[in-house]
Write a protein that binds this ligand. Sequence first.
Ligand code: PEP
Length: 245
Amino acid sequence: MTHIFANWKMYLDVVESRVLGETLVDTWKTHDNINCVVFPTPLAAVDVTEICEGTPVSVGAQNVAWVPRGAYTGASSAMLYKNIGCTYALVGHSERRYIFGERNIDVRKKTEACLEQNIIPVICIGESQKDRDNGKEEYRIKKQIMRVFDGLNIGDSKIFVAYEPVWAVGTGIPCDPDEAEKMHIYIKEQIAEFTDVQVPILYGGSVNADNVTGYASSSHIDGMLVGSASVKIEEFSRIIEAVAS
Ligand code: PEP
């Protein structure tokens, strides 16, 4: 099974999100080997979840609050997303960490909130360009994994990690597939220090229809988290076809 997750970020309004969701499910061919999840803007989450209900496409939240309900202006919790039928959530995306100041402790709390609500967390980790320039990519990854996984009670739940080097996200500069594979092997080793649960690891960062097979052909890369290329239906369909074939 290859996982292809589509982060629509804040690229689309509600109408555009509906159209993309409808087109995706209407044009979906039978792909038993693909698990596709889309992450729409929160404003479109209800509509897109209704559109995808009963189809092979699942829907997730781009971000969650860690408390279920309360006086948290502007926030939406894992519980509220669960109530509308979302089954996944991105946690700790680099844009949340670097633009909105999320820390590893926040990522941990959000991961726990997802697990409590039976939402599958997709924990995003990755080093910055500065980390890499200083040879600290493994240090950064190790720390991010430790802060989330140490003592985490996963139980029978599913959990994903997305390796998204910050310098590759939204830049058009993808990580070389061999380097991504090396990092995935390291990530799997680090996670194994904390849990026996098999955690699929996705690669994300400037994936497109032309470079996707470089990642999909690695046995250590379990899928891709796609940003900008996922909101162009022709390109996203080409990504799915390339991986499915
Ligand atoms: C992302 O948002 O997770 C991402 C990988 O973006 P992009 O594909 O645009 O680099």
